[in-house]
Design a protein around this ligand. Structure first.
Ligand SMILES: Cc1cc2nc3c(=O)[nH]c(=O)nc-3n(C[C@H](O)[C@H](O)[C@H](O)COP(=O)(O)O)c2cc1C
Length: 215
């Protein structure tokens, strides 16, 4: 895997997106199982928060609009995933382990494949060929108007990490991006649909272990 790329996860977005990918390790037993009384919490203050409102609306649907995304919505989603929010340092809208910024976001739509360039808030076209079908095994992969592919470049990750740790770091970083994408388009009244899946290491940005047969 030296110098290779590690595919972390991909999300597919229709009119907007809300998919969740993340990781958490919980080893302690619930407090009440240890005999301590439960501590009541106030209800979430959803009305006062756009983000909480977006989370209240979040759900998975596998029903995709055939319409292409408006350029503004695509721009918003990509900025939410991996945009620069502090131009002085180039730092991003989503966190990354050690600030490695190792994840690149590839855009698959009917027009082809492009790479999101966060520093320029721009798309760099790579292929003028519709390869959406390669981004998933479920039928809707071929027709959903947009798939986002999150690819971790191991060359930008710390040296000396074992593969399991690299994969975990990549998956968690991609999960943060996906959650950000999920929340962004739900501002206002848009509805949306999305999906994620996780693929293993690969050497080409759009060829997972599962999809190498297409490469
Ligand atoms: C890591 C991860 C991978 C997922 N992969 C897929 C997938 O490949 N296909 C799919 O249709 N849904 C996928 N989902 C969506 C889950 O099926 C969905 O979140 C779950 O059924 C709960 O429904 P909800 O999102 O509406 O709460 C995935 C979700 C996660 C977190």
């Amino acid at each position: 895997m030296n110098g290779g790329r590690l595919m972390a996860a991909f999300g597919r977005v229709a009119s907007s997106a809300f998919v969740l990918l993340g990781a958490a390790c919980v080893s302690a037993k619930p407090a009440d199982a240890q005999g301590a009384p439960a501590r009541a919490l106030p209800a979430p203050a959803i009305d006062g928060s756009h983000v909480l409102h977006a989370l209240q609306q979040r759900h998975t649907s596998r029903d995709f609009s055939p319409e292409p995304l408006e350029p503004q919505l695509l721009a918003d989603l990509l900025w939410a995933a991996n945009g620069v929010n502090r131009p002085a340092t180039g730092q991003r809208t989503t966190p990354s382990a050690h600030d490695w910024r190792s994840i690149d976001v590839y855009v698959f739509d009917a027009g082809g494949v492009a790479l999101f360039d966060p520093d320029r808030q721009a798309l760099r076209p790579l292929l003028a060929k519709d390869l959406r079908r390669l981004t998933g095994v479920q039928g809707f992969a071929a027709t959903a108007p947009l798939s986002l592919l999150f690819v971790a470049d191991e060359r930008r990750m710390g040296k000396g990490l074992d593969e399991e740790t690299r994969l975990l770091q990549a998956a968690v970083s991609a999960g943060a991006m996906i959650q950000s994408v999920c929340s962004a388009p739900s501002e206002g009244s848009r509805s949306g649909r999305g999906r994620t899946s996780i693929a293993g290491p690969c050497t080409r940005p759009w060829a997972s272990r599962r999809s190498r047969r297409f490469s």
